[in-house]
Design a protein around this ligand. Sequence first.
Ligand SMILES: [Mg+2]
Length: 231
Amino acid sequence: MELKDRIRYIFFDADDTLWENERYFRAAEEKFAALLSEYTSPEGLQQTLWQKQEDNIPLYGYGSKTYMIGMADAAMELCGGTLPEHIYYGIKDIIKNLAFHELEIIDGVVETLEALQGRYTLIVATKGDLPEQMGKFRTSGLAKYFHHCEVMENKDEKNWLELIAKHDIKPDELLMVGNSVKSDIAPVVGIGGWAIHTPHDIVWVHEMMDMPESDKIIEVKEITEILKYLI
Ligand SMILES: [Mg+2]
């Protein structure tokens, strides 16, 4: 049976699949490095920041608020245990710009969703901070194409199984489209679903993973290419 005859539900990742995201985090890190330039080199700072982010994600989840805690923790350590006022407020300012910027929809997304709408049930599956992700979904202009938006705590196999149970979806009728092998591709194929990888040129270190071997994974270069498998 062809993919288009099996699939009923298409889930789309949001950040760096529907709209640009990671580039804003990289820009925030550059500003953070400038803020702390008298204390450390950009490389040393990056290492400390990554470690602090990894420590905080299990406790506080994903999103810019967790990023702010990680930056404050990194700055505290690099400043020798006291956080100067201008550094703290500098971090707050960086995070405010990170959390509230105009969304930039990725090329090809609108025509892809227009072509798929009505043929499949389309759902956004993102992870992160609830108000932040819902805010992006509502202001994106893309909400009209989707049945709804799921903000997941994480995107591991357990979370995916809970999600499809909630909507009474069978794995074989589920297709996930996303840029992260670790969050969007591997766990969905792991529970018996299908996945299309739409790569983005910037990948967050936390999301890096080799592509698993599976005949249920399709790799494309541009999001519009998914239409040749689905229409
Ligand atoms: Mg993504």
